[in-house]
Design a protein around this ligand. Structure first.
Ligand code: ZN
Ligand code: ZN
Ligand code: FE
Length: 738
């Protein structure tokens, strides 16, 4: 008698079986380890529990292993008699091939990078079996050099011998290369030997440069040179949106008294090395985020970045995406030189980027990672879901913050972040991702699941695939994405507070409470409808949205600023004449409208700008909220707005008003759930939608639920914003088409 552990993920070809073998010997265990179709199976004989051994495995994984999922079977009896621990010969199985995400430089390579005696000394693309680019250079499987963009570089004899030597850390390291044989950095019009030194001098002089990294170009400059930063803001037409920062290593954080929690530090230092959002109360960073205290920080995760830091006089580099508004980040020299005109120098290189990957963005909520953008370091790892379908399917995602999700067996292969499908370049990128993933994972979807909206690029793209299509409402997809991640199938209350999406009544939804019971999804409560004047342009005009609430609900205590009077009269007319009015129940737009009024924001610079500015003003330890009602399935708006206006007119502190408003929304979420609990006897709540990127609101809400005996489920691997839609689409299809 013994136990069996099945580990699935990238556990083959990464030294996994010898690792298990050694661990078993160390613990004096008997049994075996063998490769299975999508992972590794371990059997341990004897009267012990799996827990301790499993813990030891998971906390000591070989550097490049990724465990996506595991299962444990206790009390297993085998026919064979086992006397020792051994590695079983592999059965030939036609399994699923997983593709490793790109990986931050390992500590061994980091050491060699600065070791004068090493033949890869100062080589900006040093890597080994444990680190370096993967997905970004892969054209096809299997993962051989000939299937990557490294195929153009023939290894020199030194690199080749590393590659051939089983004991070497670079044994079969496909991107292995050095100064002699590998990719090189170059400037377009300049030449010279000390290219990186020159680039660094530019940074030290407060200049802006373009740097080709793993998944695309970054625009970089010394973050503390205000003149450079404001030039960058002008170029990007972003006065307010925060920039991400890169630092050499965590010592910089100590220098600035920025404390990472244990879990944050683990992820920061890990091979994933995403941008981690931290709340930093330090005026020195005001110009990096004028809207609040949240600053995104990542470590220098490639050798090239480390070389830029070596001799850099500052502490922080801005490392922002090399793109202009809504376009995908540049991945080639031509696009970078054409588009990123703010850069005074480009550090190009000739390692072609096959798959574009942006930096991932993560925040921690209750000591757990909460995804904001899922890309480098995560994609294209799958998320494991419950699936009984025999066929393969694909979810084509949302229009903004798009992603594509293929499903095969229990695996949901979610693409990297694609972005807003507003222009030709982004749409091109979308098509590329579709084709590449289909090829990499040998996928052949039988059904394409799309949004209800007939005009979306993804909906039209689905038609071209010439396979059956199936539509899922945007916010229902949000809820199901959350359910997919949390293995929920039924008996769930879903709170989806979001921007906008077409509802099945032809109106624009976005403040929705659903219930899934006995396989049926019902919309039970929503924010009261309000005219969405000017349709989607309301995203840009939060103040217009505010005026629309005022007029529609006959709220008359607001003093309208003179500059809005004309628009106010116009909106009155439009609403009175009732011509072509689209109505919305969007909670995102509601937040933005309140933000616009309280802060006088005329134009949103980016989606949710005024809502984010509002969140930035919230204060802790203040529990009051506004009177608010839920009547006949509607969250009533009028009283809330009236009271906010009178507080504002009475000169109440803005921080207090915004906090009160957030408390009110948290309270409304909680009370909606109570109503559903009474009606359906369900106490499990899923939270999804862009509004739940508001961490102040999220924390308040989660606390309320936890204090009152609800089980509350958050997103984990995919963002609560529209990046999750493709996963929700496929999961809805799976649960509703058995
Ligand atoms: Zn390495
Ligand atoms: Zn070489
Ligand atoms: Fe959404």
């Amino acid at each position: 008698m013994g136990f069996k552990i099945l580990l699935r993920g990238i556990v083959q070809g990464v030294g996994f079986r010898p690792f298990i073998y050694n661990l078993a010997l160390k613990n004096g265990l008997k049994g075996y380890v063998e490769n299975s179709s999508d992972g590794v199976e371990i059997f341990v004989d004897g009267e012990t529990s799996a827990e301790g051994f499993l813990d030891e495995i998971l906390s000591n994984l070989p550097p490049l292993a990724y465990v996506i999922d595991y299962s444990v079977e206790e009390d297993v009896t085998l026919d064979e008699h086992i006397e020792r621990f051994y590695i079983k010969k592999s059965r030939q199985t036609a399994g699923i091939t997983f593709v490793s995400p790109d990986t931050a430089i390992c500590s061994d390579c980091k050491e060699e990078l600065f070791d004068e005696k090493h033949h890869k000394y100062m080589y900006p693309f040093i890597n080994c079996t444990n680190c370096g680019p993967r997905y970004s250079i892969m054209e096809n499987i299997p993962y051989d050099r000939s299937n990557t963009s490294m195929k153009y570089f023939k290894m020199c004899s030194v690199c080749q011998s590393e590659y051939d030597e089983p004991e070497n850390r670079r044994f079969h390291a496909q991107p292995n290369a050095c100064n002699v044989c590998g990719p090189k950095v170059y400037f377009k019009d300049l030449s010279g030997k000390k290219l990186i030194e020159i680039a660094r001098k530019y940074l030290n002089d407060g200049k802006i440069i373009g740097v080709k990294g793993i998944g695309g170009y970054h625009i970089m400059c010394d973050a503390m040179r205000h003149e450079a930063v404001s030039r960058l803001r002008d170029f990007k037409s972003r006065k307010f949106k925060p920039f991400a920062l890169m630092i050499k290593d965590k010592n910089t954080l100590m220098k600035y008294n920025i404390n990472l929690s244990l879990e944050e530090e683990k992820l920061f230092e890990s091979k994933i090395a995403p941008i981690i959002i931290k709340e930093i109360d330090d005026n020195r960073f005001f110009h990096i985020n004028p809207l609040g205290k949240n600053i995104g920080i990542m470590k220098a995760y490639t050798p090239l970045h480390l070389l830029l830091f070596d001799g850099f006089k500052g502490d922080f580099l801005i490392a922002t995406s090399g793109n202009i508004k809504d376009e995908p980040i540049a991945i080639d020299e031509k696009t970078a030189e054409e588009r990123l005109s703010v850069c005074e120098l480009f550090l190009h290189n000739d390692r072609e980027i096959v798959n574009r990957v942006d930096d991932s963005l993560v925040r921690f909520v209750n000591e757990k990672p909460y995804m904001l953008r899922r890309s480098r370091g995560y994609a294209p790892l799958p998320v494991v879901i419950r699936n009984r379908l025999q066929k393969e399917i694909v979810g084509l995602g949302a229009h903004l913050k798009s992603s594509i999700c293929f499903v095969k067996n229990d695996y949901a292969f979610i693409s990297q972040y694609i972005g807003d499908l507003e222009n030709y370049e982004a749409q091109n990128f979308y098509e590329e991702v579709y084709e590449r993933m289909k090829r990499l994972f040998r996928l052949n979807p039988a059904v394409a699941i799309t949004d209800l909206h007939p005009d979306f690029f993804s909906t039209k793209f689905a038609k071209r695939l010439k396979i059956p299509t199936f539509e899922v409402q945007h916010h229902i997809a949000h809820m199901y994405a959350n359910m997919a991640e949390n293995s929920l199938t039924d008996n769930v209350i879903g709170i989806v507070f979001d921007g906008t999406g077409l509802g099945d009544d032809g109106k624009i939804w976005g403040g929705e409470v659903f219930v899934v019971k006995e396989g049926k999804t019902k919309r039970e409560i929503h924010l009261e409808y309000t005219p969405l004047i000017g349709g989607e342009s309301a995203i840009k005009n939060p103040y217009r949205m505010f005026l629309s609430y005022i007029v529609h609900f006959g709220i008359d205590n607001a003093e309208i600023d003179e500059k809005y009077l004309k628009e106010y009269e116009l909106i009155k007319k439009v609403i009175k004449n009732n011509v072509n009015i689209v109505e919305t129940s969007s909670m995102g737009r509601f937040f933005e409208a309140i933000g616009a009024y309280l802060l006088g924001i005329e134009q949103n610079e980016f989606e949710a700008h005024s809502a984010i500015a509002l969140e930035g003003l919230c204060v802790d330890g203040y529990d009051e909220s506004y009177e608010a009602h839920i009547l006949d399935g509607e969250i009533k708006v009028k009283k809330i707005v009236e009271n906010i206006i009178s507080d504002f007119k009475n000169g109440e502190d803005i921080g207090k008003i915004t906090t009160k408003f957030h408390n009110t929304v948290a309270d409304l979420i909680f009370r909606s759930a109570i109503k559903m609990k009474e009606k359906y006897n369900i106490n499990r709540v899923s939270l999804s939608g862009g509004v739940f990127q508001n961490i102040f609101l999220l924390r308040k809400t989660v606390n309320l639920f936890k204090k009152n005996g609800f089980e509350v489920f958050l997103h984990k691997n995919v963002p609560s914003n529209d990046g999750c839609i493709s996963l929700g689409q496929v999961y809805f299809y799976i649960l509703n088409n058995r």
